[in-house]
Write a protein that binds this ligand. Structure first.
Ligand SMILES: [Zn+2]
Length: 288
């Protein structure tokens, strides 16, 4: 899959654990280009896009989508990422220019940029009301917060690891990560083995920066454990906005809002937060 972003999953042969691992370098690079992200924002949004893509893919139902919303009190503001059930993802953050000095570990300070608050996970399964889960943002580093969400809100033992490296010129050097879950009725004997393997890995960020592919990272997590790899799936940064969608959104504005627009008597401009596309409408289009 030369260079294209993709996701691959693997199940231990005894059905105790599954892992989904993604290479999202090109997705994060697209986000950097669309939103002119600072290095800090690139790391924060890149990690969230990666988690959303993997969690979207986990839905396994084409009519479903998932939204991750980090509502922290840090300077980056709210982060929103949406994925379809094939791992195609889009996202934005409120303050894409925020830049913080490196943290004590010399790393990009994503935790400081996000701050504390709540993580909302909204699953739209095509039913009348979406399912909304929430958990506290424990570190703002994204991966730990996702791990916490699965433990608290879904009672599923999960390890999430995400890593984004940004070049000096602001472009994406590497981006990706994995979500590892114990399945119901897992053989508990597998836990110490997985823990030992995870300890040996140390940082998924470093592995990705060294150029390891998702299947090579999976091989490290499952070292000494029998497993089956599933077919890889191509994923991308994809927005599903359309002129029609914005037209309908504007049409549903209140009478008061329309009156204000009429007083201004200017074309109505809508800009997609996810992909930056601009849609311009004439007032006449709504006069009926
Ligand atoms: Zn769009």
């Amino acid at each position: 899959m030369n260079g294209k972003p993709y996701l691959i999953s693997a199940m231990t042969r005894d059905g105790s654990a599954r892992i989904l691992c993604a290479d999202t370098k090109e997705i994060t690079q697209t986000a950097i280009s669309i939103h002119s992200l600072s290095r800090t924002a690139a790391a924060a949004l890149g990690r969230t896009l990666t988690a959303a893509s993997i969690m979207g893919y986990m839905l396994q139902d084409d009519h479903s989508s998932i939204t991750l919303q980090f509502r922290g009190d840090g300077p980056i503001g709210t982060i929103v990422c949406v994925s379809d059930a094939r791992g195609n993802v889009r996202g934005y953050c409120e303050n894409p220019a925020v830049e913080l000095p490196a943290n004590e570990a010399g790393k990009i300070d994503v935790g400081g940029a996000v701050g504390r608050g709540l993580l909302y996970v909204i699953r739209d399964l095509g039913l009348e009301t979406p399912y909304i889960g929430q958990s506290p943002i424990v570190s703002g580093e994204i991966a730990e917060d996702i791990t916490e969400y699965f433990a608290k809100s879904e009672q599923t033992p999960t390890v999430c690891a995400l890593g984004v490296r940004v070049n000096r010129d602001g472009s994406c050097k590497s981006s990706g990560g994995f979500i590892l879950q114990l399945l119901p009725f897992a053989d508990e004997a597998i836990i110490p083995k997985l823990e030992e393997n995870l300890k040996a890995i140390e940082s998924v960020s470093a592995l990705l920066a060294e150029g390891l592919k998702p299947e090579e990272i999976i091989a490290k997590v499952y070292a000494g454990i029998e497993y089956d790899l599933f077919d890889p799936a191509e994923i991308s940064y994809r927005c599903n906005c359309s002129r029609e969608r914005y037209y309908n959104a504007i049409k549903s504005l209140s009478k008061d809002d329309f009156e204000k627009l009429r007083e201004k008597n200017e074309p109505i401009e809508a800009c997609c937060q996810f992909c930056g596309k601009k849609y311009v409408f004439k007032l006449d289009e709504f006069l009926e």
